[in-house]
Design a protein around this ligand. Sequence first.
Ligand code: HQG
Length: 185
Amino acid sequence: MIEKYKKESKFLSLVLRHHPEAIGITLDKHGWAEVGTLIKNMKRKFPVFSLKMLEEIVATDGKQRYAFGEDGAKIRANQGHSLAVELELLPQTPPECLYHGTANRFVESILKTGILKQTRQYVHLSAAIETAIKVGSRHGKPVILKVDTARMHEQGYTFYLSANGVWLTDKVPPKFLEVVGEDRG
Ligand code: HQG
């Protein structure tokens, strides 16, 4: 599917994950914004913004980053927040292993301290190695870390699966990590 309205969509993700105040809206404690207010205020920055455009952004987003509430009156980001929102996700049993893509310059630090959530609410992991490569490439030369999620789960770590298929957890200590296809050059 072709992602439409890239500029608007990128800004929407900033608003719904990090800075709702950027367009003078608020999110409730579960991360929902009122669609009517959002559209009204988005129009100040993007005069042609409309409900139809918002619906197209939600439907065509390559990572299904956004979801409307049941009656369509609210919208939120499915994951990726730095704001403390309660997404009400239920703990899930993860697959045997998951992947985290990072940049080669972070690897040394990660192997010392583990994967930390940094500015976001969770550490993001993926079931597919290809996804991890894409995520890592956003930061530089990608390096893939394989996470022993089976052992973490056994030891009581909690995992969540976002509505758009991203695995989330609080932190990954170094002992559960293995660099795959190592290339730190
Ligand atoms: C790194 C995108 C040094 C971590 C993606 C990452 C994802 C450390 C960076 C979502 C570290 C944080 C999240 C440590 C972690 N020392 N560096 N101890 N621990 N890091 O963007 O996982 O397109 O906050 O490896 O698809 O890259 O926005 O996290 O490189 O799902 O929808 O610190 O963002 O989704 O970067 O990406 P980020 P991420 P969207």
